[in-house]
Ligand binder design. Structure first.
Ligand SMILES: *[C@@H]1O[C@H](CO)[C@@H](O)[C@H](O)[C@H]1NC(C)=O
Ligand SMILES: *[C@@H]1O[C@H](CO)[C@@H](O)[C@H](O)[C@H]1NC(C)=O
Ligand SMILES: *[C@@H]1O[C@H](CO)[C@@H](O)[C@H](O)[C@H]1NC(C)=O
Length: 332
């Protein structure tokens, strides 16, 4: 009798759990977005609390695969910066299913969206970025790679509790720019977690694009890319390689002068992040381009310089997404 009572109680507990998990997942369902076209896939979005005491919560947006989502992997996308929103950049400008139309009043489908091949989970990290937040203000000053990785791991564990059907699916981590730090560090945290826990995260692989990894190689790589793509002359390439140290946080005056010479006289009106497309000039793009082009190791400064440019100031009262869309370069 006591045994049966226990069983009944267990069943009730299970049913309540299943219902509450389902309810919380369904509560995250996005039924439609303003100006959205007809869709063949489902979307979910919401917060996952990653630290109960501090009141830190990370925001996510899941856009499932356009067909047979159950046979496609889960791809987690992170933007860098540090400080860039994955909703604003990765999802809305790059690999996500939606693009904003010209008037900013409607959405259309991106025919190159990665959700043709995968279920895309955009995560805004760390707290303070995009819609992710903390109720402990000091968190915004004490943030860093270590906590970003730990919080992103907590996010994944709790998110998989909310979306149990994804629990055993292959998971890939990817992202760009400063996510060159976040992605491998999160992968490391997952591998350590898997070694200790029965609830394995089925991490299959990782990929980073335009990644910030190591200042020296990132900077040498950038200059070599300019040269190997005929954006600068042989002579300027050799002078840059000889004059610049590339290991320093702040370059010498000689290197800075050469750098500005390169910007003003050689690179021209080319978006170095997308050299085969024409830059989408909205305002005076020459000054914007010059001020925002810099070595990858200076990405952090670059983000604050973006908000000071004329182009983005004129869009500042529209919204964050548009203010960044108006800039050709993507340091995020
Ligand atoms: C943060 O504080 C608000 C207001 O008290 C509360 O509604 C919210 O649940 C808190 N968030 C977290 C993650 O604790
Ligand atoms: C943008 O989308 C909205 C909503 O679908 C539509 O009413 C509007 O005409 C579109 N504007 C342009 C320029 O495509
Ligand atoms: C922005 O551009 C306008 C016109 O091109 C110029 O007069 C103004 O000084 C610029 N402002 C800043 C902050 O650069």
């Amino acid at each position: 009798m006591a045994k049966n009572g226990g069983l009944v109680l267990n069943i009730i507990v299970c049913v309540v759990l299943v219902v509450s998990v389902k309810a919380s997942k369904e509560a995250d369902r996005v039924t439609s977005l303003p100006g959205q076209p007809e869709l063949t896939f489902r979307q979910f979005s919401g917060y996952v609390i990653v630290d109960d005491d501090a009141g830190r919560a990370l925001f996510y947006w899941l856009t499932e695969a356009v067909s047979q989502p159950e046979s496609k992997p889960l791809v987690v996308w992170l933007n860098g910066g540090p400080g860039c929103s994955a909703v604003a950049y990765g999802a809305s400008e790059e690999i996500g299913p939606f693009r904003l139309n010209w008037t900013g009043t409607g959405l259309y489908l991106n025919k190159y969206s990665w959700n043709i091949a995968a279920n895309l989970l955009f995560l805004e990290t760390p707290a303070g970025v995009g819609f992710s937040y903390s109720n402990t203000s000091s968190d915004l000053h004490t943030t860093g790679d270590h906590r970003t990785a730990a919080d992103s791991l907590s996010f994944l564990i709790r998110w998989l509790d909310r979306f149990p059907r994804y629990r055993n699916w292959p998971i890939y981590l990817t992202g760009e720019s400063y996510a060159g730090h976040y992605v491998p560090q999160l992968a490391h945290a997952i591998v350590s977690h898997n070694a200790k826990s029965r609830h394995h995260i089925n991490l299959k692989g990782l990929m980073v694009g335009n990644a910030v990894t190591d200042s020296y190689y990132d900077n040498v790589g950038t200059v070599t890319y300019w040269w190997s793509h005929a954006m600068i002359s042989d002579q300027t390439y050799r002078r840059l390689m000889k004059t610049c140290d590339f290991r320093r946080r702040t370059e010498s005056d000689g290197c800075a002068r050469l750098f500005y010479y390169t910007m003003d006289h050689e690179l021209g009106d080319i978006d170095q992040y997308n050299i085969y497309a024409s830059p989408c000039n909205i305002a005076d793009v020459t000054s914007t381009t010059r001020r925002t082009l810099s070595f990858p190791s200076q990405h952090k400064n670059l983000v604050s310089s973006l908000t000071l440019t004329n182009t983005s100031v004129s869009f500042a009262n529209v919204d964050f997404l548009l203010s960044y869309t108006s800039i050709d370069n993507n340091p995020c």
